[in-house]
Design a protein around this ligand. Structure first.
Ligand SMILES: Nc1ncnc2c1ncn2[C@@H]1O[C@H](COP(=O)(O)OP(=O)(O)OP(=O)(O)O)[C@@H](O)[C@H]1O
Length: 319
């Protein structure tokens, strides 16, 4: 439904700077299919928000085109009011009416003739788990609650594509898991496509079909989320998901350099390679163990604590 073709974009620079070498978005080619949920991931400052802003029509690219169902979407240079009606955007700084209630904010764009107006507001309140705050004035809500109102308000406008920038950043872990299950189920049931910029690997792994990895303004790699996670092509990509070990050839009976997540290494009997435990970190259901392997540190999980300085044998079970 959405295609970005050969997009280059730079924020305005001083005249003596070479615009091309300092593009904030470089040669972006991206396609989102109807109902597809795509994660945009990458280190801070790599261009995720810029990409969402440009897609929504808030920034004008220097070259390249944006299409929605083969219709070219012209940028803000061509529109008095920026933005495109088929998309809704929930940016990091969300925009609400502070002196009206949660229900009024959500209902702002619903048609007055709509007989289902009340039911629709109730459904959206339930999706973002704010039913009990229906009549609360928005200025009296916490940051996380405001973020949920902003999500419901965007959904109320029935977009075909939802753009989300760190949508759960203000929401506590307790609420986050249930909220994202409800939100992504709502998007799936209503065939709403979504581009979500996030730093949270759980958003990416549990809910997206497609992952776009950005680095320094360009797309480093994109594809099926499971493939990107299971077979990361670079250290950079792997490290966006979790701690990653770079194992040089020969260190763990491997013939070439390998990228291995901590859960890809296990403690075995004497047939493994000996390492010395340096530190352990309690992570709830497991311990993350840091150990010295020759001249490098390796990280792996173990289900119980291990004393410092002890030698254990490890092997790679999974990349
Ligand atoms: N209005 C602006 N004017 C000039 N440069 C900007 C502007 N907004 C962002 N930038 C620069 O563009 C680059 C990309 O910023 P962007 O906000 O898109 O990164 P991001 O990947 O979303 O980061 P984060 O994960 O920290 O939110 C950064 O180098 C940033 O400093």
């Amino acid at each position: 439904m959405l295609r970005l073709v050969d997009i280059n974009f730079a924020f305005a620079k001083a005249d003596n700077q070479n615009q091309e070498s300092s593009y904030n978005l470089k040669n972006i080619n991206l396609e989102i299919k109807t109902g597809e949920i795509a994660a945009i991931i990458g280190e801070s400052g790599c261009g995720k928000s810029t990409l969402l802003n440009l897609t929504y029509g808030l920034l004008q690219q220097q070259s390249g085109k944006v299409y929605c169902y083969d219709e070219e979407l012209l940028g803000p240079d061509y529109h008095l009011v920026p933005g495109h009606s088929m998309m809704k955007y929930v940016p990091q700084e969300f925009d609400l009416m502070p002196f009206t209630t949660v229900a009024e904010n959500i209902g702002e764009h619903l048609s007055i003739q709509n007989d289902d107006r009340v039911n629709r507001i109730d459904e959206l309140l339930d999706t973002v788990d704010l039913t009990s705050f229906k009549n609360t004035v928005v200025k009296n809500l916490s940051g996380g609650q405001k973020q949920r109102v902003a999500l419901a308000k965007a959904l109320a406008q029935e977009p075909q594509l939802l753009l989300l920038d760190e949508p759960f950043s203000h929401i506590d872990n307790f609420r986050k898991n249930e909220l994202r299950r409800r939100l992504f189920a709502y998007l799936k049931n209503n065939r709403i496509a979504c581009m979500i910029a996030t730093h949270d690997k759980n958003d990416v792994l549990s809910f997206t079909n497609r992952t776009v990895v950005m680095k320094d303004g360009h797309i480093e790699i994109q594809g099926d989320t499971h493939n990107i996670y299971n077979y990361p092509s670079t250290f950079y990509t792997a490290s966006l998901f979790e701690e990653v070990n770079v194992i040089p050839p020969g260190y763990l009976n491997n013939d070439k350099e390998l990228l291995v997540y901590p859960h890809g290494i296990e403690i075995v009997g004497n047939e493994g390679v000996k390492v010395q435990v340096v530190q352990t970190f309690f992570e709830g259901s497991t311990y993350l163990v840091k150990a010295l392997l020759k001249d490098i540190y390796v990280y792996f999980y173990h289900d119980s604590d291990i004393s410092i300085d002890i030698f254990v044998s490890i092997r790679i079970i999974k990349l």
